[in-house]
Design a protein around this ligand. Sequence first.
Ligand code: B12
Ligand code: SF4
Ligand code: SF4
Length: 377
Amino acid sequence: MGEAERLEERIRRVGRALGLDAVGFAGAGPTPRTEFVREWWARGYGGEMHYIGRRLEERVDPRRILPEAVSLIVVGLACPPEPESRPAAGETVAPAVAQRRATGAVARYAGGDDYHDVLLDRVRALEEALPGLAAQPVRSRSYVDTGPVSERAAAERAGLGWIAKNSCLIHPELGSHLMLGVILCDLELEEDASVADRCGTCRACLDVCPTDAFAEPYVLDARRCISYTTIESRGSIPESMRTAHAEHIFGCDLCQAVCPWNRSRPRSPLPDPLGLRERLAKREEWLAPTLEWILDLDEAGFRSATRRTALRRPGRVGLLRNALVAAGNSSDARLLECVRRFVEDADPILSEHARWALARLEAVERCGADPFEARNA
Ligand code: B12
Ligand code: SF4
Ligand code: SF4
């Protein structure tokens, strides 16, 4: 066994001791995968995410960020699973659904401590350990969705898994609910063996997408993805897509939920010696937040409810905009009063979405249907 190999194993062991579930190594240069971002951006799939368009060439070739970089150390941390029962905000016993109150859905990765902070802290700890492990000074940079690095392409190259038809990186043992981080460094590290594409003839993710966001297998038009419209976009959610948003108020997991590689993985609960997954786990109030509660949040309430979470990203107006769309989709006429309060709101985004939701709820009221009876019929 050569000296270089022993260094990789030492880095892997320290990474695991720091609470990381997967650690792999890749070369730092460009690949057809990283080059694809140019075409993706040119096709307009990135929408308003100008932070991607502005630094395309760094995404293609990480050596444009750190010229001395020769290797990438890529790490993964698995998200905690959703609990079986989902109590509503402020309730510890009865689930909101049993109370027949309309709730919003929050993506699995959000609603606990922000993964950017939790994972970046671990990635930096590993980065700081590198000079000691290599017994030499090391030039390096760390990122967890905090810089112009194509993290999925890096993870695929480092053997963490394959980029699947839903465009997510799937780890064969851990599935795709795996948050990624990357260290660029000037250490010569041997690249890990790649994992072959295991999607086969399956296309469950492509078929389940309610907004038809996949331009083709493996390629997402972000503008049509609920994760983009509810988190990244600051403007109006296109009217033609609002019904498809259903109860989603922050992100979407549908194309991962149907994936057979997630259904049975991980096979047993993962160890969590440092409590990282406990920190990432959704706080109780975000398991099944009632739309009434969200629509009642003033600026101070929003700041306190989203403290240290990724839910801060769209801002209060963005989150309330999403909740208005979910209210319009809820068929729950009891939300009429909540929604009416926003019809004359000074913020044009909120007032416009409130008018849309109001028209839909008034139509439900005229019919006198009970949304929960209808849903359970
Ligand atoms: C912009 C962005 C988004 C955008 C666009 C996503 C996208 N698919 O491009 C939006 C807001 C929609 C989004 C949504 C989500 N995101 Co996001 N996102 C990013 C970000 C910041 C950049 C991604 C990017 O550069 N996209 C541009 C495309 C071109 O690159 P790519 O996605 O990396 O991979 C492409 C190429 O590899 C190529 N490709 C691969 N194979 C093949 C084969 C062929 C034949 C072809 C033609 C192309 C091709 O196509 C892929 C998809 O277009 C990364 C963090 C980072 N810095 O990398 C996180 C990241 C990708 N997101 C992440 C997550 C968790 C999500 C969500 C699950 C969140 C949620 N629950 O709502 C969803 C998943 C939606 C989905 N199905 O992709 C994780 C993914 C973890 C994983 N295991 O895959 C990342 C890595 C963040 C992190 N640090 O963990 N995201
Ligand atoms: S996250 Fe939801 S909206 Fe986005 S591609 Fe997947 S299923 Fe479609
Ligand atoms: S649902 Fe099927 S096609 Fe989609 S990512 Fe999973 S295995 Fe691949």
